[in-house]
Design a binder for this molecule. Structure first.
Ligand code: FMN
Length: 780
């Protein structure tokens, strides 16, 4: 049950003392901190860089009440995603409400135009939303989107033809608005005319809904919005007379004839207006942000010019780091909780995806542009869950083609230095109003080779696969730690920096056809090299044997990551680190970090014999006074109950064989929050079709029933019907593929959930867990 005011009740409110002088109190009774009181999304900090403007919040107060806005602001990845996922507790009905209340004069103006913007897909509750979404989804499927590709290509070439010999251009004015707008109109089936007027209308719609216009501006904005509304109505009427032919709106008109109570008149009119904006402004902004970011990171730009296959992942990484949709809105339908904070019914929430996308709790090196990042598609720029952006794959298609054409035809393009970027002030949509670039036309590659203009390549539609994000590395050293453990030192083949990482992180090592995870055990701040230690598992699946047998100094390998599912919480005072055998790899990195932070910690390290325990010499050298060793052949056994029983307030981090970790879980059942473990394998998570039964999962939001065959995981079954659930390890170890369980009995096979969480059965890992019997109902 939600608590009424947990922070105040439990003394956890960080501003409680200072707050006795705080002028404001949040609706849950908690005092408002000074930073929260001064937060203003219409000021330039947030406008220039929303993620940076909320860094303090991610670190200190991830959910806060903003008295200036009258909204709760949510800034961390897990919280933003959880809110997106639960569209019943957090209704989207306010998504298009005017964030600045309208003056009477503006209301009168809108009324004169008969403005009646109503429900559209973005601000509609269930069950109506899914019913409509399903009825209208077809045009967004990949096969349908493929029809737009030649047009996007042709338009991009034509616009570039006009520019290439000029040497300087404002890409926003000269290209980045018009192409997405033309594509949007084509997609909708609207005649391609009045482009300038539509651009003006769209900006007015943004300011009207998400901006803070002054009372005078409000009337002018209302005029433009009113005209936009009428325009949308007229176009719709024209289309109704001839609803045959291509285009989403025509399709919707035809669907209305079949499903009149699902696709209503008011709905069509609202969708027409919202669709014109949604389909182009976001893409125009996102492309401008992307080109700016890449040109500011020249080495990355050059990588893309040299290797266009990196483009799909680069687009995704730019959407993460500098997306065009910064924040979205929800309203609480009941008393609830976000993170630790009580949220009363009726509370309005501004969920800032731009901040979530920079959250180091989810993305390693969150502020760095890393086009090899393998979980970059986890970004929340397209939202998440059943309201996720329908046009996301059209946006991807356009952005990839833009980037591919620019890197091929104008690889020498640079940003005009010292330009000031300006933004239309609003909470949610973000892109520079102008983007000036320049280049020397004499150096245009197509002057030497005319065929270059035509050489564009296409990419598969949809999200990039994790394979697109593999980075090349070279093994520079192979060190024999013990008879069956080798330590590898990996470097970038061109001497470029490798990503930094946090203790507990691992990489995926790709050698030939196999991919295996290995924890990083070197120095996290060393950008020149990564280190991993690999134990040869003689009876294993063959991956570690292949690595031991084939990898030598100078061997080229590929890497994905780093990623971290075993994060060290640095806020505690004391730590108990427990490792068995090769499980020392993430633990040594944690010990290094705790030493650097000056924290209290002890390492308990068990193994068969000293000679079989990797990294022992370094541990003795760097952590000798904190180290307790338990080599079994010397008769020294780790007395887990005694060590864990005497931990006091210390946090426990453990990695090692399953029996060690299972014993630890049994000992600490009542304090699961203080125990953090990482398993290296989950043999029971591997599907054995001979022993399994088929069952069904019902998806409560989508009202779909999906059969799961005996030889299929839930994750595979969901993907087969187009339900996109992110995943990583697919062995029940990392927790990425978790979904909410609304009903049914789960046979949990993962290593992520605690005993209590299993018993409660509110969540499950779709990569391995199944139904015990009957059907499962999932919150998807
Ligand atoms: N195995 C190691 O030898 N060293 C490691 O540092 C290591 N780290 C891992 C980190 C994670 C997050 C996971 C899931 C597994 C880790 N493993 C590690 C296990 C390997 O990924 C792999 O399962 C093992 O080498 C056996 O592979 P094989 O059965 O193909 O031989």
């Amino acid at each position: 049950t939600p608590r009424t005011s947990p922070r105040a009740d439990e003394g956890r409110c960080p501003f409680r003392d200072a707050a006795s002088h705080a002028p404001d109190t949040a609706p849950n009774g908690c005092p408002v901190s000074p930073q929260a009181a001064s937060f203003d999304p219409f000021e330039s900090d947030y406008q220039l860089d929303p993620a940076e403007a909320l860094r303090w919040s991610r670190d200190q107060e991830p959910v806060f009440y903003s008295p200036r806005l009258g909204y709760w602001v949510v800034s961390r990845y897990a919280d933003v995603k959880a809110i997106f996922r639960d569209n019943r507790t957090f209704s989207p009905s306010i998504a298009l409400e005017k964030i600045t209340p309208t003056t009477q004069a503006a209301q009168d103006t809108l009324q004169r135009y008969g403005y009646a913007m109503n429900r559209t897909l973005v601000n509609e509750d269930e069950p109506a939303h899914m019913e409509r979404r399903r009825a209208l989804m077809k045009s967004f499927e990949l096969e349908e989107l493929a029809h737009h590709e030649p047009m996007v290509r042709r338009l991009t070439r034509e616009y570039l033809d006009r520019l290439v010999d000029k040497g300087e251009a404002d890409l926003v004015d000269e290209m980045l608005w018009e192409i997405p707008l033309t594509v949007a109109l084509h997609f909708l089936g609207v005649p391609e005319e009045d482009m300038d007027t539509l651009r003006e209308y769209s900006i007015a719609h943004t300011v009207n809904t998400w901006g803070r216009p002054s009372p005078d501006e409000q009337v002018a904005v209302a005029e433009a919005v009113g005209k936009f509304w009428q325009y949308a109505g007229q176009v719709l009427e024209k289309m109704r007379q001839d609803p045959a032919g291509h285009g989403w709106m025509k399709y919707a008109i035809r669907r209305q004839q079949e499903l009149p109570e699902v696709v209503t008149d008011s709905y069509l009119h609202s969708m027409m207006m919202a669709g014109i904006v949604a389909a182009h402004e976001t893409t125009a902004h996102a492309t401008a942000n992307m080109l700016r970011l890449l040109l500011e990171n020249r080495a990355v730009w050059e990588d893309l010019c040299a290797n266009p296959s990196l483009i799909p992942n680069a687009v995704e990484e730019c959407l993460r780091l500098s997306g065009s949709v910064a924040a979205w809105r929800r309203i609480a339908t009941t008393d609830t909780q976000v993170g630790d904070v009580a949220i009363p019914q009726g509370a309005k929430l501004l969920i800032v995806s731009a901040s979530a996308n920079h959250d180091g709790r989810h993305f390693e090196n969150p502020d760095e542009l890393d086009i090899y990042r393998d979980n970059t598609t986890d970004h929340l720029t397209f939202g998440y869950g059943s309201h996720q952006c329908m046009g996301k794959n059209l946006a991807r298609l356009e952005m990839r083609i833009f980037l591919e054409e620019f890197t091929r035809r104008l690889p020498h393009m640079t940003l005009v230095p010292d330009q000031t970027f300006t933004f239309v002030p609003n909470t949610s949509f973000r892109g520079p109003e102008h983007l000036w670039v320049r280049w020397d036309p004499a150096r245009n590659p197509e002057r030497r080779d005319n065929s270059l203009r035509e050489q564009g390549r296409d990419f598969p539609l949809g999200a990039p696969s994790r394979r697109d994000a593999e980075r090349e590395a070279v093994v520079t050293r192979v060190i024999h730690e013990t008879p069956d453990v080798i330590r590898l030192v990996l470097e970038d083949p061109r001497g470029r920096p490798l990503p930094r990482w946090t203790p507990g992180a691992h990489i995926d090592l790709v050698v030939g056809d196999i991919t295996r995870k290995y924890s990083l055990c070197g120095d996290p701040d060393d950008e020149q090299r990564l280190e991993i230690a690999i134990r040869r598992e003689e009876p294993g699946r063959g991956g570690s044997r292949l690595i031991h047998d084939t990898v030598k100094p100078q061997t080229r390998v590929r890497l994905r990551g780093p990623r971290n599912h075993f994060r060290l919480d640095e806020t505690a005072d004391g730590y108990l680190l427990i490792a068995g055998g090769i499980g020392i790899t993430p633990i040594i990195a944690m010990a290094d970090r705790l030493k650097r932070l000056g924290k209290r910690y002890a390492i308990h390290y068990a193994g068969r014999s000293r000679g079989s325990m990797p990294l022992l010499e370094r541990l003795k050298r760097d952590h000798g006074d904190r180290l307790c060793l338990y080599p079994a052949d010397e008769g020294r056994r780790l007395d887990l109950p005694a060590v864990v029983g005497g931990r006091g307030e210390a946090r426990v981090y453990a990695c090692g064989p399953a029996r060690l970790l299972d014993a630890l879980a049994a000992l600490t059942r009542d304090d699961a929050d203080a125990i953090h473990v990482e398993h290296f394998s989950a043999s029971h998570a591997i599907l054995d079709p001979r022993r399994e039964q088929a069952f069904e999962v019902e998806l409560s939001d989508s009202e779909l029933t999906v059969p799961v065959a005996a030889d299929q995981t839930v994750l595979q079954a969901l993907r087969a019907v187009g339900v996109d659930v992110p995943s990583d390890c697919e062995e029940g170890l990392c927790g990425t593929c978790e979904v909410a369980v609304m009903a049914g009995e789960v046979d949990h096979r993962d290593k992520v959930l605690s005993a209590d969480e299993r018993a409660a059965s509110r969540r499950m890992m779709t990569c391995c867990s199944r139904a015990k019997r009957g059907k499962l109902v999932l919150g998807l």
